[in-house]
Design a protein around this ligand. Structure first.
Ligand SMILES: [Zn+2]
Length: 232
């Protein structure tokens, strides 16, 4: 549609029109299959809301592959029985109980504003944000927030959320049965690399050197030439 003379182009509208006219026709069948057959994602992705974290790019996935919940800090609220308006908790329950996902990823990242805010102030008016950040306080180190400390805090926060995730009974039982694997990830934006927490080595390993995308260890274990391998 032609713009009236002097009007500012509506960039967002142009992008919607481009999606409909350019992208959708090339992938129409995929979208229609997903409607006819329903979604069957294998992965629940819990990620920070940060605009620089683009899960589809990192994992090479598209429509129907990631069930995603994103929030400030990639935090997991406690399973405390309060049964309130907890969007992230509801998403976890739905993904595990209804979609029956087999993987849960918790993905933090470098230069995370939520983690940085744990060492500073938030606006007085941001009462929900201040309360929400409590979910990361257990990761804070008793040091000045230098670059290295922030990086370590970001990684510790991922582990804290995985621990809290295991307090969800439907998650714990499936992890223990080997039906769900947990994946603790820390994405370093400037390097273009995800670091995966490896529980056996007790640290984050760059994906380019990692043996497994999961945090593990998870059964079933597979004996192979005398070596014990983890099937992930
Ligand atoms: Zn963040």
């Amino acid at each position: 549609m032609d713009q009236p003379p002097g009007a500012v182009p509506d960039e967002l509208l142009q992008r919607l029109q481009h999606f409909h006219s350019q992208y959708f026709p090339l992938h129409q069948q995929r979208f229609q299959d997903l409607v006819a057959q329903g979604q069957q994602p294998k992965t629940l992705f819990i990620g920070c809301s940060d605009s620089r974290l683009v899960p589809y790019l990192l994992t090479g996935t598209g429509p129907g592959e990631l069930f995603m919940v994103r929030n400030v800090g990639a935090f997991v609220p406690p399973y405390d029985g309060s049964h309130g308006h907890h969007g992230t908790a509801a998403a976890i329950e739905f993904a595990v109980l209804s979609l029956e996902v087999s993987r849960i990823i918790v993905c933090g990242h470098s230069h995370c504003g939520a983690i940085k805010a744990l060492y500073g102030e938030v606006p007085m008016e941001a009462r929900n944000l201040a309360r929400w950040l409590d979910l990361g306080r257990g990761a804070v180190l008793p040091v000045q927030p230098c670059t290295e400390a922030l990086r370590r805090t970001e990684q510790r926060a991922v582990l804290l959320q995985l621990e809290r995730l295991m307090d969800y009974p439907m998650v714990r039982s499936r992890v223990e049965q080997g039906r769900i694997s947990l994946h603790g990830w820390h994405y370093v934006i400037e390097d273009g690399e995800v670091h995966v927490f490896d529980v056996e080595h007790g640290g984050f390993v760059a994906a380019s050197r990692a043996q497994c995308s999961g945090t593990g260890p998870y059964p079933p274990y597979v004996e192979h030439d005398g070596q014990v391998l983890v099937d992930c």
